[in-house]
Design a protein around this ligand. Structure first.
Ligand code: HEC
Length: 122
């Protein structure tokens, strides 16, 4: 009896720990705006997190910087949506972004919009 209750307890703890790690990964951008949450989910399902974070430079540029760079550029949405699918190089340094053919046109457009809507916490 004692053993039984100990093991349920620890597997509950493990599961709880696992879930908070996952939530932490999803929502580590602070403060969490609704747009960031939606963008983070899309980044997760479209495999962008391997190279990008919203608020930290990784292999690719952080998305706050991308938003800043193109602020006021009326063609930015189209350019970014196209680049999200086609990849490319030469804008942020030596590294190149490989094409992302798994991303749907609709998701590329939504992510471009969400990136351009980012406002860094000051
Ligand atoms: C293998 C790594 C990698 C993956 C995966 C990746 N990127 Fe990139 N991304 C890069 C690199 C490197 C750059 C910088 C390219 C350059 O300098 O032109 C970049 C640049 C960008 C830019 C800025 C483009 C510009 O011209 O200023 C956006 C927006 C972007 N990525 C979005 C995404 C999205 C959305 C995804 C997921 C569908 C994604 N990336 C997946 C590496 C990656």
């Amino acid at each position: 009896m004692k053993n039984f209750s100990t093991s349920t307890h620890s597997s509950f703890l493990l599961r709880y720990f696992g879930m908070s790690m996952f939530a932490g990964l999803l929502f580590c951008a602070k403060p969490v705006y609704a747009e960031n949450e939606q963008l983070t989910k899309l980044m997760l399902t479209n495999n962008c997190l391997a190279c990008h974070q919203i608020d930290k430079r990784k292999y690719g540029p952080q998305f706050y910087e991308v938003a800043e760079k193109y602020r006021g550029d009326s063609s930015a949405l189209e350019k970014l949506a196209a680049k999200i699918k086609a990849g490319g190089a030469g804008v942020w340094g030596e590294d190149m972004m490989p094409p992302q053919p798994h991303v749907s046109d609709a998701n590329a457009k939504i992510m471009a919009e969400l990136i351009m809507a980012l406002k860094p916490a000051k």
